[in-house]
Ligand binder design. Sequence first.
Ligand code: TYM
Length: 323
Amino acid sequence: MRVLSGIQPTGRFHWGNYFGAIKQYIDLQDNEQAFYFIADLHALTTIRDAERLRQNTQEAAIDLLALGLDPKQATLFRQSDVPEVTSLTWILMTITQMSLLEKCHAYKDKKTKGIAADAGLFTYPVLMAADILLYDSDLVPVGQDQIQHVEVTRDLAQRFNTLFGETLTLPESRVLDTSAKVPGIDGEKMSKSYKNVIEIFETPKKQRKKVMSIKTDSATLEDPKDPENCAVFALYKLFADETQQAELAQRYRAGGMGYGDAKQAVHEAALEYFGEARERREQLADDTDTLNDILAEGARQAREKGKEVLDRVQKACGLGSNH
Ligand code: TYM
């Protein structure tokens, strides 16, 4: 079984990225053949600064390793190191209905906001389909917001197979019920574009300030509170075990506890949860040679598989001189 997922290096990773996706990458790496990549081609639709993109990509790789991604078990690579993916994107583009892409939310959201979309943003889901299909991926661990894109991928694979014969593997998404849509400090989905994120590795002081600013209702200290309708509690659940969750839920319901206390509990739980990763990150940050070796080896492995599938695709549709 091949597991594959990608993550954009558009900024430092946040709690939503971790609990929705990265945690799954790590949980799955022991038992399955895992391919994980940093989606720098996708990030190019928003970052137009070479140095920043390079820097972000490197930071992203360091963060993933610090969080527990093990390059001995999983293949970690840069999306742009496998140029075969852009060839497959073009091929898929020729069988992609405009109406399919018009329904996709990244494009639709920008359009409703009146922001001009370029062709890169519009065709973004086709590149994502190529990312998945190029490696015969079976399972794609993601957060809820990417399910639609995996569905598009399945549609395109099916269409290709109908037109040219069985060639591409149909993938399935894997989403965790408990963290499919992690809320941000305003209670909406945590997302860089909503500016409501809590980054995994920001300084404890900054992180505390953000946690303290999480939006809550106007219940007074004495009022009983509803844990199931509270972003602070939703975040606490990510870090705490069941006993701890039950304890805090009880304090919510009893009244007499202010939201400040619950926020402090989230802050402390997060520091503890990511404590080791913070330490690992510091060591990794100084060792760029090792990091470059890991990414080079990852690219080699991914390319080997990518070439095999692209070759199969080209053969099926009559392209290239190898057949
Ligand atoms: P990206 O970079 O926006 O997000 C990376 C992963 O984090 C998940 N995520 C969340 N999960 C739960 N709650 C949240 N608040 C939250 N915010 C983000 C996302 O669902 C995602 O799994 N298009 C992709 C990158 C990509 C990709 C791929 C993914 C490119 N090619 C191929 C899988 C397979 C993206 O922009 O994710």
